[in-house]
Design a protein around this ligand. Sequence first.
Ligand SMILES: CCCCCCCCCC(=O)SCCNC(=O)CCNC(=O)[C@H](O)C(C)(C)COP(=O)(O)OP(=O)(O)OC[C@H]1O[C@@H](n2cnc3c(N)ncnc32)[C@H](O)[C@@H]1OP(=O)(O)O
Length: 231
Amino acid sequence: MDELTAGLFNPFASEEVAPPNSSHWEAKRRLAEAVRQLNDLLVSTVASDAELAQASAQVEALNRTLADTPRLHGTLAYLKSGEHGHYGEINHELNAVGGQSNPLAPGLNMWLDGNRAYGTVRCGLAYEGPPGFVHGGFVAAIFDQFLGMAQVAGGQPGMTGTLTVRYLRPTPLNTELKLSAQLSRAEDRKTLVSGELRAGGEITATAEGLFVRPSRGMAAMAEMAVGNSGQ
Ligand SMILES: CCCCCCCCCC(=O)SCCNC(=O)CCNC(=O)[C@H](O)C(C)(C)COP(=O)(O)OP(=O)(O)OC[C@H]1O[C@@H](n2cnc3c(N)ncnc32)[C@H](O)[C@@H]1OP(=O)(O)O
């Protein structure tokens, strides 16, 4: 394991969402939750054009305020600052699918128990694809992240090489969804993991992921990313 993968799923790998490790992340989680609500409200409100224009001006003003604050671009920049925890902690705050402090993330919580992985997630209205149901792309994203955690049990975590999702029935919005996964095979640099997504006890989708530990190593992959983070 290297600096990126060591502790990747700790200390957040428990059934209870672990509390933030600093006042910074505590404050950011609060802001992220407010933005999630804003997203939900945005897609559901049928306010007047004038009310929408006023709300836009307020959000634009807030954006200008935040743009003037010190910023770190990407998880590696947070890591290098030395002030925001180890990579696992930072990833679990900022990850696009599992990040508690990232409003894009639907709040996926995950934990490992031996060779099995478990998770919960709830997708609000902003994740709608078919009427009343979760967009299939987000179902795939949830599996990608979740199986990406489950592969860690194999001891050689890598990048998603292939992800196959079987959509058995529509996945409902605003419902606690339960995930489970198990390691099928881990050999050389390849780890095969399969998982299920359930709503109210019914399986709505299954997935299989093949993860490949890069020949260059994860640290080299991270170096390749320098310059991609929009700073
Ligand atoms: C910090 C830890 C992070 C872990 C968290 C994961 C959760 C998030 C998951 C993601 O979303 S990752 C983002 C989505 N995935 C990518 O962007 C991966 C892009 N692809 C790559 O970077 C490379 O193609 C890859 C690392 C997958 C493989 O490159 P390598 O140069 O290491 O592969 P190589 O050519 O040496 O092949 C090694 C073996 O893997 C096989 N292989 C390579 N790419 C494959 C692929 N894409 N699908 C299936 N098999 C693949 C290849 O055939 C070969 O099999 P054999 O040993 O049996 O000959």
